[in-house]
Design a protein around this ligand. Structure first.
Ligand SMILES: [Zn+2]
Length: 289
Protein backbone atom coordinates (compact mmCIF):
# COMPACT_ATOMS: atom_id res chain seq x y z
CA UNK A 1 0.00 0.00 0.00
CA UNK A 2 1.82 3.10 -1.17
CA UNK A 3 -0.39 5.73 0.47
CA UNK A 4 -0.31 3.92 3.81
CA UNK A 5 -0.84 5.82 7.04
CA UNK A 6 -0.92 9.25 5.55
CA UNK A 7 -3.47 11.95 4.93
CA UNK A 8 -3.05 14.28 1.99
CA UNK A 9 -5.00 17.28 0.72
CA UNK A 10 -5.48 18.17 -2.92
CA UNK A 11 -7.17 20.99 -4.80
CA UNK A 12 -8.22 21.62 -8.37
CA UNK A 13 -7.03 24.90 -9.88
CA UNK A 14 -9.77 27.35 -10.84
CA UNK A 15 -12.50 25.45 -9.01
CA UNK A 16 -14.19 25.67 -5.60
CA UNK A 17 -13.50 21.98 -4.88
CA UNK A 18 -10.91 20.43 -2.60
CA UNK A 19 -10.23 16.88 -1.56
CA UNK A 20 -8.57 14.67 1.02
CA UNK A 21 -7.17 11.22 0.50
CA UNK A 22 -5.83 8.79 3.07
CA UNK A 23 -4.66 5.24 3.53
CA UNK A 24 -4.43 3.10 6.67
CA UNK A 25 -2.30 0.00 7.00
CA UNK A 26 0.07 -0.25 9.98
CA UNK A 27 -2.44 1.81 12.01
CA UNK A 28 -5.01 -0.97 11.51
CA UNK A 29 -2.54 -3.81 12.04
CA UNK A 30 -1.52 -2.26 15.37
CA UNK A 31 -5.17 -1.89 16.37
CA UNK A 32 -6.27 -5.39 15.34
CA UNK A 33 -3.25 -6.93 17.07
CA UNK A 34 -4.87 -5.70 20.30
CA UNK A 35 -8.54 -6.37 19.51
CA UNK A 36 -9.71 -9.25 17.38
CA UNK A 37 -12.95 -9.09 15.38
CA UNK A 38 -14.51 -11.11 12.56
CA UNK A 39 -13.42 -9.76 9.18
CA UNK A 40 -16.69 -7.94 8.27
CA UNK A 41 -16.51 -6.06 11.59
CA UNK A 42 -12.85 -5.21 11.00
CA UNK A 43 -13.77 -3.76 7.63
CA UNK A 44 -16.55 -1.50 8.92
CA UNK A 45 -14.39 -0.29 11.82
CA UNK A 46 -11.56 0.36 9.36
CA UNK A 47 -13.90 2.44 7.23
CA UNK A 48 -15.02 4.44 10.24
CA UNK A 49 -11.38 5.15 11.14
CA UNK A 50 -10.72 6.23 7.56
CA UNK A 51 -13.74 8.54 7.75
CA UNK A 52 -12.49 10.00 11.04
CA UNK A 53 -9.11 10.68 9.44
CA UNK A 54 -10.74 12.48 6.49
CA UNK A 55 -12.94 14.56 8.77
CA UNK A 56 -10.04 15.54 10.99
CA UNK A 57 -8.60 17.38 7.99
CA UNK A 58 -11.62 19.69 7.96
CA UNK A 59 -11.16 20.85 11.57
CA UNK A 60 -9.20 24.05 11.82
CA UNK A 61 -8.47 23.88 15.54
CA UNK A 62 -6.51 21.36 17.63
CA UNK A 63 -9.12 18.87 18.76
CA UNK A 64 -10.04 15.24 19.31
CA UNK A 65 -12.59 14.03 16.79
CA UNK A 66 -14.79 11.06 17.70
CA UNK A 67 -17.19 9.23 15.42
CA UNK A 68 -19.62 6.94 17.19
CA UNK A 69 -21.97 4.73 15.25
CA UNK A 70 -24.89 3.34 17.29
CA UNK A 71 -26.95 0.78 15.43
CA UNK A 72 -29.68 -1.84 15.75
CA UNK A 73 -27.60 -4.32 13.72
CA UNK A 74 -25.15 -7.02 14.76
CA UNK A 75 -22.56 -4.31 15.33
CA UNK A 76 -24.15 -2.45 18.21
CA UNK A 77 -21.51 0.26 18.54
CA UNK A 78 -18.50 1.42 16.61
CA UNK A 79 -16.20 4.18 17.71
CA UNK A 80 -13.26 5.85 16.02
CA UNK A 81 -11.16 8.63 17.46
CA UNK A 82 -8.40 10.76 16.01
CA UNK A 83 -6.49 13.62 17.58
CA UNK A 84 -4.70 16.61 16.08
CA UNK A 85 -1.51 14.55 15.72
CA UNK A 86 -3.18 11.91 13.56
CA UNK A 87 -3.15 9.37 16.40
CA UNK A 88 -6.13 7.05 16.20
CA UNK A 89 -7.91 4.37 18.14
CA UNK A 90 -11.21 2.57 17.72
CA UNK A 91 -13.45 -0.13 19.09
CA UNK A 92 -16.46 -2.26 18.10
CA UNK A 93 -19.16 -3.75 20.34
CA UNK A 94 -21.18 -6.63 18.94
CA UNK A 95 -24.71 -7.71 19.76
CA UNK A 96 -24.15 -11.26 21.01
CA UNK A 97 -27.77 -12.12 20.24
CA UNK A 98 -27.40 -11.59 16.48
CA UNK A 99 -25.37 -13.72 14.13
CA UNK A 100 -23.19 -11.76 11.72
CA UNK A 101 -24.10 -11.64 8.08
CA UNK A 102 -23.64 -9.13 5.30
CA UNK A 103 -27.20 -7.79 5.64
CA UNK A 104 -27.40 -7.14 9.36
CA UNK A 105 -24.05 -5.54 10.23
CA UNK A 106 -25.37 -2.04 10.83
CA UNK A 107 -29.14 -1.96 10.52
CA UNK A 108 -30.65 1.36 11.50
CA UNK A 109 -28.99 3.84 13.74
CA UNK A 110 -27.20 7.12 14.06
CA UNK A 111 -23.78 8.64 13.75
CA UNK A 112 -22.62 10.91 16.55
CA UNK A 113 -19.80 13.28 15.69
CA UNK A 114 -17.99 14.91 18.59
CA UNK A 115 -15.28 17.51 18.30
CA UNK A 116 -13.52 18.16 21.60
CA UNK A 117 -11.05 21.03 21.34
CA UNK A 118 -7.91 20.91 23.53
CA UNK A 119 -9.40 23.96 25.21
CA UNK A 120 -13.04 24.89 25.31
CA UNK A 121 -16.42 23.29 24.81
CA UNK A 122 -17.14 20.17 22.81
CA UNK A 123 -19.31 20.33 19.71
CA UNK A 124 -21.65 17.43 18.90
CA UNK A 125 -23.65 16.63 15.78
CA UNK A 126 -25.98 13.67 15.23
CA UNK A 127 -27.17 12.34 11.88
CA UNK A 128 -29.31 9.30 11.07
CA UNK A 129 -27.64 6.33 9.43
CA UNK A 130 -29.60 6.64 6.22
CA UNK A 131 -28.49 4.46 3.36
CA UNK A 132 -26.84 2.10 5.83
CA UNK A 133 -23.27 3.18 5.14
CA UNK A 134 -20.73 5.27 7.01
CA UNK A 135 -19.99 7.34 3.92
CA UNK A 136 -23.60 8.37 3.36
CA UNK A 137 -23.97 9.35 7.04
CA UNK A 138 -20.89 11.60 6.78
CA UNK A 139 -22.25 13.18 3.60
CA UNK A 140 -25.57 13.88 5.34
CA UNK A 141 -23.70 15.46 8.24
CA UNK A 142 -21.89 17.99 6.06
CA UNK A 143 -24.91 18.73 3.93
CA UNK A 144 -26.97 19.46 7.07
CA UNK A 145 -24.48 21.18 9.34
CA UNK A 146 -22.40 23.24 6.96
CA UNK A 147 -24.43 23.14 3.77
CA UNK A 148 -21.30 22.13 1.92
CA UNK A 149 -21.54 19.58 -0.84
CA UNK A 150 -19.47 16.63 0.39
CA UNK A 151 -18.89 13.19 -1.04
CA UNK A 152 -16.97 10.40 0.68
CA UNK A 153 -15.67 7.09 -0.71
CA UNK A 154 -14.41 4.48 1.78
CA UNK A 155 -12.88 1.09 1.05
CA UNK A 156 -11.50 -1.54 3.41
CA UNK A 157 -10.24 -5.09 3.17
CA UNK A 158 -7.59 -7.27 4.86
CA UNK A 159 -6.63 -4.68 7.47
CA UNK A 160 -6.12 -1.98 4.84
CA UNK A 161 -8.40 0.98 4.38
CA UNK A 162 -8.56 4.04 2.21
CA UNK A 163 -10.73 7.12 2.11
CA UNK A 164 -11.36 9.74 -0.53
CA UNK A 165 -13.34 12.92 0.01
CA UNK A 166 -14.41 15.78 -2.20
CA UNK A 167 -15.83 18.93 -0.70
CA UNK A 168 -17.15 22.19 -2.06
CA UNK A 169 -15.46 25.23 -0.54
CA UNK A 170 -17.64 28.16 0.41
CA UNK A 171 -17.30 30.50 -2.55
CA UNK A 172 -19.37 33.43 -3.69
CA UNK A 173 -18.15 33.16 -7.24
CA UNK A 174 -17.75 29.74 -8.79
CA UNK A 175 -15.33 30.10 -11.67
CA UNK A 176 -16.14 26.66 -13.00
CA UNK A 177 -19.82 26.07 -12.26
CA UNK A 178 -20.06 22.40 -13.18
CA UNK A 179 -16.72 21.40 -11.58
CA UNK A 180 -18.44 19.78 -8.59
CA UNK A 181 -20.64 17.49 -10.70
CA UNK A 182 -17.81 16.59 -13.04
CA UNK A 183 -15.23 15.81 -10.32
CA UNK A 184 -17.71 13.72 -8.28
CA UNK A 185 -18.79 11.82 -11.34
CA UNK A 186 -15.18 10.84 -12.07
CA UNK A 187 -14.58 9.85 -8.44
CA UNK A 188 -17.59 7.50 -8.67
CA UNK A 189 -15.49 5.40 -11.07
CA UNK A 190 -12.78 4.66 -8.45
CA UNK A 191 -12.29 0.94 -8.03
CA UNK A 192 -11.54 -0.60 -4.63
CA UNK A 193 -8.07 -1.77 -5.64
CA UNK A 194 -7.21 1.63 -7.12
CA UNK A 195 -8.10 3.49 -3.96
CA UNK A 196 -6.38 0.96 -1.72
CA UNK A 197 -3.21 0.30 -3.64
CA UNK A 198 -2.32 3.16 -6.00
CA UNK A 199 -0.05 6.00 -4.89
CA UNK A 200 -2.03 9.21 -4.38
CA UNK A 201 -0.48 11.08 -7.31
CA UNK A 202 -1.07 8.09 -9.58
CA UNK A 203 -4.69 7.74 -8.53
CA UNK A 204 -5.38 11.45 -8.99
CA UNK A 205 -3.73 11.38 -12.39
CA UNK A 206 -5.77 8.39 -13.44
CA UNK A 207 -9.04 10.05 -12.40
CA UNK A 208 -8.32 13.65 -13.28
CA UNK A 209 -5.71 13.80 -16.03
CA UNK A 210 -7.65 16.57 -17.73
CA UNK A 211 -7.74 18.71 -14.58
CA UNK A 212 -5.01 20.74 -12.95
CA UNK A 213 -4.60 19.00 -9.57
CA UNK A 214 -2.42 20.30 -6.77
CA UNK A 215 -1.32 17.76 -4.13
CA UNK A 216 -0.15 19.08 -0.75
CA UNK A 217 2.28 17.68 1.83
CA UNK A 218 1.03 14.56 3.58
CA UNK A 219 0.66 14.22 7.35
CA UNK A 220 1.10 10.93 9.23
CA UNK A 221 -1.52 8.69 10.85
CA UNK A 222 -0.85 6.07 13.48
CA UNK A 223 -2.46 3.89 16.15
CA UNK A 224 -2.09 5.24 19.62
CA UNK A 225 -4.31 4.79 22.62
CA UNK A 226 -5.01 7.89 24.67
CA UNK A 227 -5.55 5.94 27.89
CA UNK A 228 -3.44 6.85 30.90
CA UNK A 229 -3.17 6.03 34.57
CA UNK A 230 -4.72 9.40 35.42
CA UNK A 231 -7.77 8.80 33.18
CA UNK A 232 -8.22 5.27 34.55
CA UNK A 233 -7.97 6.78 38.03
CA UNK A 234 -10.90 9.07 37.12
CA UNK A 235 -12.92 6.01 36.05
CA UNK A 236 -12.09 4.21 39.30
CA UNK A 237 -13.07 7.34 41.23
CA UNK A 238 -16.54 7.19 39.66
CA UNK A 239 -17.13 3.84 41.40
CA UNK A 240 -17.12 5.68 44.72
CA UNK A 241 -15.04 5.09 47.84
CA UNK A 242 -17.27 2.39 49.30
CA UNK A 243 -17.15 0.14 46.27
CA UNK A 244 -13.41 0.67 45.71
CA UNK A 245 -12.75 -0.24 49.34
CA UNK A 246 -14.84 -3.41 49.01
CA UNK A 247 -12.80 -4.56 45.99
CA UNK A 248 -9.53 -3.79 47.81
CA UNK A 249 -10.70 -5.75 50.87
CA UNK A 250 -11.65 -8.74 48.72
CA UNK A 251 -8.90 -8.75 46.09
CA UNK A 252 -6.11 -6.57 47.42
CA UNK A 253 -6.22 -4.32 44.38
CA UNK A 254 -8.51 -2.93 41.69
CA UNK A 255 -7.61 -4.12 38.20
CA UNK A 256 -8.73 -2.19 35.15
CA UNK A 257 -7.92 -3.07 31.56
CA UNK A 258 -8.18 -0.57 28.71
CA UNK A 259 -10.71 -1.87 26.15
CA UNK A 260 -8.95 -0.04 23.33
CA UNK A 261 -5.37 -1.27 23.76
CA UNK A 262 -5.43 -3.94 26.46
CA UNK A 263 -3.11 -2.05 28.80
CA UNK A 264 -3.48 -3.25 32.42
CA UNK A 265 -3.77 -0.80 35.27
CA UNK A 266 -3.97 -1.67 38.94
CA UNK A 267 -4.80 0.44 41.97
CA UNK A 268 -3.89 -0.67 45.51
CA UNK A 269 -4.90 0.66 48.92
CA UNK A 270 -2.57 3.64 48.80
CA UNK A 271 -3.77 4.54 45.29
CA UNK A 272 -7.38 4.44 46.50
CA UNK A 273 -6.45 6.57 49.52
CA UNK A 274 -4.92 9.04 47.07
CA UNK A 275 -8.09 9.13 44.95
CA UNK A 276 -10.32 9.68 48.00
CA UNK A 277 -8.18 11.69 50.47
CA UNK A 278 -11.09 12.87 52.65
CA UNK A 279 -12.79 9.48 52.97
CA UNK A 280 -9.43 7.76 53.55
CA UNK A 281 -8.49 10.22 56.32
CA UNK A 282 -11.88 9.65 57.98
CA UNK A 283 -11.53 5.87 57.75
CA UNK A 284 -8.02 5.97 59.21
CA UNK A 285 -9.16 8.24 62.05
CA UNK A 286 -11.94 5.75 62.88
CA UNK A 287 -9.41 2.90 63.00
CA UNK A 288 -7.36 4.78 65.62
CA UNK A 289 -10.31 4.98 68.02
ZN1 LIG B 1 -5.54 2.14 26.10
Amino acid sequence: MSNADKLQRFTFDNTHVRGEILGLSKTLKDLFARQSYPEPVQNVLSELLAAAGLLSATIKIEAMLTLQLQTTGAIRLLMAEVNEKGEMRGIARLDEGQSLNADNLLGEGQLVITIQPLQGKAYQGIVPLTGGTVSSAIETYFNQSEQLGTRVWLKAEKQQAAGFMLQEMPATAKPDADAWQRLCHLADTIKTEELLYLANDELLHRLYHEESVRLYDASGLSFRCSCSRARMGDAVHKLGYQECQEVINEQGKIRVDCHFCGQHYSFDQSDVDGLFPLEAAKANANKLH
